[in-house]
Structures are given as structure tokens and as C-alpha cells.
Design a protein around this ligand. Structure first.
Ligand code: NCD
Length: 357
């Protein structure tokens, strides 16, 4: 059985089969309306979400399946102290596939270790958000006609923005990708992304604080919200929250075929006037999120023409150590072993949240 926890869980070929299926679904959704008849999706959302949860629910309904679940930790047994390991063992008896969003980094990985049904990471803390990346890829490919050789500007909260981490991890796999990392110094991408993802990939990347300077070279501009809920200090959030605001003036500096993406929700980092610019792709991106999640559900349930092969068990060596990350699942989950593996840069990192030992 396969899960989608990390963006690298799918090979490039598997990813392309999935994107092709999503394009086919977009062209003729009615062809797929009964594919998941009698199947159930559990949405286990311990953290607020509009798009991701509703797009998963819409995706399953479009496939003729049904949906059960909860939309906040307060309305689940987590409020009674139940572990994710126990929750998923129970949910495995109720549903055929589960999508989990959790404020703790590594929670969906933990769940997948105990699950009898495929688990999809729908966002874990400030860590990863692989299904948003599928949405982003589908949108970039449809807008730019390709996924290689693109200059991608990522702007805003690159530290806590999990969609950014998953998108970089995926785009380094395509030849000649160049990244322009636009953020305040305080919100630069985490070290593990530099050391384990960007540097070993050989992709070119530059860091800048200026959106204006970056604009003319970009094929894709990926705007993000400053992630208020992940700041320990509210004053720091207030100081940084208006760091970047995309306006028509700044859009005027961009290429005519630029694609502007945003995972949404937007707060104020893109003004409403930009919505009328044909280069604004973020609402189309949200629509693509339904098609790509339909394709993902079908793929993980083995309902496609070319079913996924099982993955060989990982042979990486694991070491037991304490994880110091206050946002890691190891800090709250009963009975969890704190396990570390040696990352490509030689550093020991927590298998759940990628925090350095
Ligand atoms: C993103 C998320 O939850 O990380 N939203 C989403 O899934 N569409 C981005 C965000 O919340 O800023």
C-alpha cells in the first residue's frame, strides 16, 4: 500500500501519470463520476482548512464516493488525548483512504505507520504540503506548457510556508529550474531545504529581499501568506506581515506570460486589482486542486489503468535521539520513538519533522 506523505513519495513517472490523469479529468469530469462508488474518504483535519478539506471532499464526491471526518481537533477524540496512531487504526476500519491535516510536524507520517488504508498528508505544521504541490504542478504545467527550465520566484513566508518547502523539493527534480527566493531575512527557507534539497540538486538559486528586482526574470511567481499561526511572538508577526504586497505596478514589471500562483488563503499580499490580470492563476489553481485530488484518490486506491507498484522498505539506518522541535509530533504522541536518519548533508535529522539533532 502506498501513501503520500512527502513530495518525494512519487517517482517522476508516477507524478506525470497522475498529472496526465488530472488533465483528463479536467477535460471530461463526467467520465469519472462513478469510479469511487461505495468508497469512503476520511478527512481528519486537526487544523482549520477551507480549500484543502473541501477540495478533498468535492474530489471524492465527484468520483461518486462518500466522505466522513472532522474539521477541528476539538471535535475529535484528540481533545480527549487520543494519539494519531490510535485514531488511524480506528479510522482504517471505517474508511478506504484518509487525508490528514495536523498542526504537529510528522503526524501524517506517524499515522501512515499504523494505517491499513492509504494516508495523504494534507499539511503538517510548517513542514510539508504535498497535495498543494500537485495542484501547483498541474497549474504551472497548464500555464507554462512545461515543468523544466523555469525561473520560479517564491515570495513571502519561506520559513513557515509548508507549500513552499514541498514545491522546492519537487521542482529541483526538473532540469534547469532556477529559484529566486524573495523574503525578509527572518523568513528565509529552513536550513534543511538549503542543505538537503537545494544545494545537492545543483539548481541555481538566489536569495533577495526585493520583489521588484526579481519580477522581470520570473516565469512563475508563487506568492504566500505570512503564516501568523506559526509565530511564537505576535509582535514579530505584526512587524513582518506586510513585507510584500503584489500590486498592478509590480505586475507591470513582470513578463507577459508570467503565471502568478498563491496556495490561498490570501490576506493582503495580492491586491484585488491583480485578480483581473490574465496572469493571475490562483483561482484556476484552486479549481485544479479538485482535479488533481481526484486523480490522487484514484491512484492511491489502485483504480487507475496502471496501478502504483509497492515501494521497497526503506533501508536507511535509524538512530534514537531526542527531537528538540516544539512543533514535532514526537513532543505529544504517546509511545513514539524519536528516530533520526542521516540526511544527504551528513546531518542527523528527525524522520518526522527534519529538525537537526
Ligand atoms: C496553505 C496551507 O494550508 O499551508 N493553504 C492551502 O492548503 N491551500 C497555505 C496557507 O495557509 O497560507
Amino acid at each position: 500500500m502506498r501513501h503520500l506523505i512527502n513530495p518525494l513519495d512519487f517517482s517522476l513517472d508516477e507524478l506525470h501519470d497522475l498529472l496526465n490523469l488530472a488533465d483528463d479529468i479536467a477535460a471530461a469530469p463526467e467520465k469519472y463520476q462513478d469510479v469511487c462508488a461505495h468508497k469512503k474518504l476520511a478527512t481528519l483535519f486537526y487544523e482549520p482548512s477551507t480549500r484543502t478539506r473541501l477540495s478533498f471532499e468535492a474530489a471524492m464526491m465527484n468520483l461518486g464516493g462518500s466522505v466522513l471526518g472532522f474539521s477541528s481537533a476539538d471535535s475529535s477524540s484528540a481533545s480527549k488525548g487520543e494519539s494519531v496512531a490510535d485514531t488511524i487504526r480506528v479510522v482504517s476500519a471505517y474508511a478506504d483512504i484518509a487525508a490528514m491535516r495536523h498542526p504537529r510536524e510528522g503526524a501524517p507520517l506517524r499515522a501512515s505507520m499504523y494505517s491499513r488504508i492509504p494516508v495523504i498528508n494534507a499539511g503538517d505544521g510548517g513542514h510539508e504540503h504535498p497535495t498543494q504541490t500537485l495542484t501547483d504542478l498541474m497549474t504551472i504545467r497548464r500555464r507554462c506548457g512545461k515543468l523544466d527550465g523555469l525561473t520560479i520566484g517564491l515570495c513571502g513566508d519561506l520559513k513557515f510556508g509548508r507549500t513552499v518547502h514541498s514545491l522546492i523539493t519537487t521542482m529541483v527534480r526538473y532540469p534547469n529550474t532556477k529559484f529566486v527566493l524573495i523574503s525578509p531575512k527572518e523568513l528565509r527557507v529552513p536550513d534543511y531545504i538549503y542543505n538537503d534539497v537545494l544545494k545537492p540538486s545543483g539548481c541555481r538559486y538566489v536569495k533577495t529581499t526585493s520583489l521588484e528586482e526579481a519580477m522581470p526574470q520570473l516565469d512563475v511567481l508563487y506568492m504566500t501568506r505570512i503564516q501568523r499561526e506559526r509565530f511564537a511572538d505576535p509582535n514579530e508577526y505584526r512587524r513582518l506581515k506586510d513585507s510584500y504586497i503584489l500590486t498592478p505596478d509590480k505586475m507591470a514589471l513582470g513578463k507577459p506570460d508570467l503565471a502568478v500562483l498563491h496556495p490561498l488563503p490570501r490576506v493582503n499580499e495580492i491586491t484585488l486589482e491583480v485578480d483581473d490580470d490574465p496572469r493571475a492563476a490562483y483561482f484556476e489553481q484552486a479549481q485544479n486542486g479538485v482535479y488533481v485530488r481526484m486523480a490522487l484518490i484514484m491512484t492511491l486506491l489502485g483504480l487507475t489503468e496502471k496501478p502504483l507498484a509497492d515501494k521497497p522498505a526503506s533501508s536507511r539506518e535509524l538512530v534514537e535521539m531526542h527531537c528538540p522541535n516544539p512543533r514535532c509530533i514526537t513532543g505529544v504522541e504517546e509511545g513514539v520513538k524519536h528516530l533520526f536518519h542521516r540526511a544527504p548533508d551528513g546531518v542527523l535529522r528527525c524522520i518526522y519533522c527534519e529538525q537537526e539533532a
